[in-house]
Design a protein around this ligand. Structure first.
Ligand SMILES: Nc1nc2c(c(=O)[nH]1)N[C@H]1C(S)=C(S)[C@@H](COP(=O)(O)OP(=O)(O)OC[C@H]3O[C@@H](n4cnc5c(=O)[nH]c(N)nc54)[C@H](O)[C@@H]3O)O[C@H]1N2
Ligand SMILES: Nc1nc2c(c(=O)[nH]1)N[C@H]1C(S)=C(S)[C@@H](COP(=O)(O)OP(=O)(O)OC[C@H]3O[C@@H](n4cnc5c(=O)[nH]c(N)nc54)[C@H](O)[C@@H]3O)O[C@H]1N2
Ligand code: SF4
Ligand SMILES: [Mo]
Length: 763
């Protein structure tokens, strides 16, 4: 444990040992540093770590609730095994034996595809998920792999892979140096940012404006971020690609395209220009609801800014044209000369695990997408995963390859995937299900075995994934603040033991086998990398150097040492190691983002593809809707996030759910008047797949014709153990979200702009 014993001054001297631990908050992508004070094994205070190199003390109201989650009596402390239909406490050995007993025969009889896996959002914030999820998938050998990515950022990843050669090569907005930031479909003042890792968005956006920069927010709702902006453009949901295409069209028409330094590395500019030719600002005015003059002005402003940047997030990705929109965001960054320059859209250089820092610069296989399709609906695979919208039908539909068993890692798909009611029903029909989860909730209540990891404060942390999107290059490792309870096992060990069971080695095998196999695999790749710091070295020798560590620490040390700042196992003695991070509990500053093109490209051509065929194929569909203005009385649903909420699982924390209800239906006053809806009274919202009743909040913060309901609520199902959440149940907006509405290129759920009917609820 990296703890510093200190006695706060001003306290009466006691015999209690007070320790202070520092750890990165794992709850959202901002990655704030926390200072955790522990007295006699109990957390007494969590506040922002003022010495953290990235967050400098900033936290949001969720950060300190790691204590409440740790102390939550509803948090599972032991495995549960279903016996005679009832989930009962069991020992770890009993639980793993049960998984072995039930899972192996299903694989034996029906093949590996009979077991599906869903990886939920917290895996991206968690060393276990990042390092042991893949070995588990490999051991299962299933092609039925699903994750939260296809209800989230997959369109951005596919666009990035097609343009730049790898899914994690996503340009991030350099908000600390930009002079002009155009934000579409993101609300970082509630979400704290996404695919753009940085603590303190409020402070950063304030500084942007204080230094004379301009902030423009495109959102059907006047969000907190829009209120903090110079300009709010209330776009019609789902139509961002029309707006973006028209901006590129404007620049092309004005002969204002300027690739700058990037010109030698950019391919197919003419095809981009041709693709957007039909989308003039005038042509898209009615579909977007944005005046042509505004579109022209935004294009001109972006072009004229000394350094400007376009940033699109979930409102643009979980949309019917999510990939087209994601591509156009970076096409616009490129044609305005803003890609890869300070103040523009830049490529971070992460310390561990970043594919684009390995191998030969400008050489790669490109996007690994569409290599197969889903069994029932024929939707495309991407990066080894199938769209999550397919999960229910793959369970329900008999035949070869039918999903009969499901492993859920840190996910709550019943509340998070579209058509939740269908998924809930499908799960009830599974032969066997395992949930690795800290709660007995909407999803894990279907499991036959629930395996609870310890709380976040009892685990170590490093943001392998999120630091690849950081707005400043940093590395920050956290040791556990609290020890494991006797007999408990860490989350990585749970996943490793599941992998060993899946591989047929049995429930009692040593989890370190999984670590060591993964370590050797990584080392083989590292020594084979002619451009890396351990090129040509002996794998066994390097492996032996890691002997003092086990679990995720072993793998992380390896990744850091072979990474771009690493010590190269002695080759660069001053370089980064895990030990160096342990000695710096507030993190290590690796410097501001720097231009990385063309070396970070991994496309087959070694250049940026400005007009990927797989995306252009969706343009005719886009063009077909170009003149579709809103129908009379049209009402469409969009989501929203709240600072005090985190997807589906933090509503059991009293301090976060107290106060006025947050799961309300926002309705514009004109629509409310037209439909006879009254503020505070319940309304029925109906869509193809379902119906919910939610209290109305009349507000002109939503655009006319748009209603908004947050996701992640609906905690009123039987068989759960979420006492606080049940008292603030709300409704599940994914009973309305349609599993047939998708982004065509990736199969990602198109949550936004769902047609709904709203009426006063009787009684
Ligand atoms: N309608 C609509 N639906 C949406 C969205 C939307 O905007 N609108 N957003 C989508 C997005 S972006 C995402 S990312 C998904 C998220 O959806 P999911 O992938 O389902 O993730 P969460 O809702 O965060 O649920 C996390 C689960 O993990 C458990 N958990 C928490 N911490 C840990 C841990 O450390 N270890 C383990 N093993 N379990 C843990 C929680 O109890 C919970 O059951 O929802 C998507 N669904
Ligand atoms: N407090 C909190 N923080 C979170 C989360 C959380 O649940 N709560 N979830 C985390 C996760 S998993 C993610 S992925 C990130 C997401 O981070 P963000 O992308 O910032 O998420 P939101 O706050 O939902 O903002 C999306 C915005 O898009 C708008 N929008 C909807 N449809 C459209 C459209 O068609 N066009 C445009 N231009 N805008 C549209 C919505 O009104 C909303 O304001 O947040 C993360 N952080
Ligand atoms: S902003 Fe995110 S990372 Fe920072 S304290 Fe809040 S939840 Fe944690
Ligand atoms: Mo997400």
């Amino acid at each position: 444990m990296t703890t510093i014993v200190d006695r706060p001054t001003g306290h009466a001297a006691t015999d209690a040992e007070v320790t202070t631990g520092f750890r990165t908050c794992p709850l959202c992508e901002a990655g704030c540093g926390l200072e955790v004070t522990v007295r006699d094994g109990e957390v007494v205070r969590i506040r922002g770590d003022r010495a953290d190199v990235f967050s400098h003390g900033y936290i949001c109201p969720k950060g300190s609730t790691l204590k409440q989650i740790h102390d939550d009596p509803d948090r599972l402390r032991s495995p549960l095994v279903r016996r005679n239909g009832v989930l009962e406490p069991a020992t770890w050995d009993e639980a793993f034996s049960e998984v072995d007993r039930r899972l192996r025969p299903i694989i034996g009889e029906h093949g590996p595809d009979a077991v599906a896996i869903y990886l939920g959002n917290p895996n991206a914030h968690n060393l276990a998920g990042m390092l042991y999820g893949k070995p588990l998938i490999k051991a299962l050998g299933t092609t039925n792999v699903f994750s939260a990515s296809t209800v989230d950022q997959r369109p951005k990843e596919v666009a990035a892979a097609l343009m730049f050669g790898h899914l994690m090569t996503v340009p991030v907005p350099d908000i600390d140096r930009t002079g002009y930031l155009l934000v579409l479909g993101a609300n970082p003042l509630e979400s704290n940012g996404s695919l753009a890792t940085a603590p303190d968005w409020p402070g950063r956006l304030k500084s942007l404006r204080a230094r004379g920069g301009r902030l423009v927010v495109v959102d059907p709702r006047r969000t907190k971020t829009a209120e903090a902006a110079d300009e709010h453009v209330a776009i019609r949901p789902g139509t961002d690609p029309y707006l973006l295409a028209a901006m590129v069209n404007t620049l092309a028409g004005d002969d204002a395209i300027a690739l700058g330094r990037l010109a030698p590395y950019v391919d197919r500019l003419e095809d981009l220009v041709a693709a957007v030719a039909p989308f003039t600002p005038e042509a898209v005015e009615s579909v977007t609801g944005v005046p042509a003059a505004t579109i022209r002005r935004l294009a001109g402003e972006l072009r004229a800014a000394p350094a400007g940047c376009v940033y699109g997030r979930i409102g643009t990705t979980t949309a019917p044209f999510g990939t087209v929109a994601s591509w156009l965001v970076d096409a616009l960054n490129t044609v305005t000369g803003n890609l890869d320059r300070p103040g523009g859209a830049m490529f971070p250089r992460a310390a561990a695990g970043h594919f684009n820092t390995r191998g030969t610069p400008r050489f790669g296989r490109g996007a690994l997408i569409g290599r197969r399709t889903s069994r029932v609906r024929g939707l495309p695979e991407s990066f080894g995963e199938l769209p999550a919208v397919c999960l229910a039908e793959e369970i329900e539909t008999p035949g070869d390859g039918q999903v009969r068993a499901l492993i859920v890692l840190a996910g709550n798909p019943v509340l998070s995937l579209p058509n939740g009611e269908r998924l809930d029903r499908a799960m009830a029909g599974l032969d066997f299900m395992v949930s690795v989860d800290i709660y007995l909730n909407e999803t894990s209540r279907h499991a036959d075995v629930v395996l609870p990891p310890p709380s976040a404060l009892q685990r170590s942390h490093y943001d392998i994934a999120l630091l690849m999107f950081a707005l400043h290059n940093v590395a920050n490792y956290s040791a556990p603040v609290l020890p494991l309870e006797p007999g408990d096992i860490d989350e990585w060990e749970i996943l490793a033991r599941l992998a060993l069971i899946a591989a047929g080695v049995g429930p009692a095998a040593d989890p370190d086998l999984v670590t060591d196999l993964a370590a050797r695999t990584l080392l083989h790749a590292a020594v084979a990398d002619d451009h890396g710091p351990v090129a040509g070295r002996d794998v066994d020798e390097l492996f032996d150097e890691l002997a003092g560590r086990r679990g995720p620490e072993k793998l992380l040390d390896l990744m850091l040492r072979t990474g771009p700042y690493g010590d190269g196992f002695g080759a660069r003695p001053a370089g980064l190691t895990l030990a160096a991070l342990e000695a710096n509990p507030h993190g290590v500053d690796l410097g501001a983002l720097e231009p990385r093109l063309p070396d970070c490209l991994r496309t087959p051509t070694g250049t940026i593809d400005l007009a990927p065929e797989a995306i252009l194929a969706d343009i005719p569909r886009l063009a077909a809707g170009m003149h579709d203005g809103p129908a009379d009385g049209e009402l469409v649903l969009v989501g929203r996030r709240d600072l005090r909420s985190n997807n589906s699982w933090m509503h059991n924390v009293k301090v976060l759910v107290k106060g006025k209800p947050r799961c309300t239906l926002h309705v514009h006053p004109d629509d409310a008047a037209r439909l006879g809806l009254v503020d505070g009274a319940p309304a029925t919202v109906t869509a193809r797949t379902g119906r919910v009743v939610a209290p109305v909040h009349v507000t002109d913060a939503v655009r006319r014709g748009v209603v908004s309901l947050p996701h992640g609520w609906g905690h009123d199902l039987p068989g759960m153990r979420l006492g606080v959440a049940a008292d603030h149940a709300g409704v599940n907006s994914n009973l309305l979200a349609d599993d047939e509405r998708i982004d065509a290129v990736t199969g990602t759920a198109a949550f936004t702009g769902l047609p709904v009917e709203v009426a006063p609820a009787s009684g």
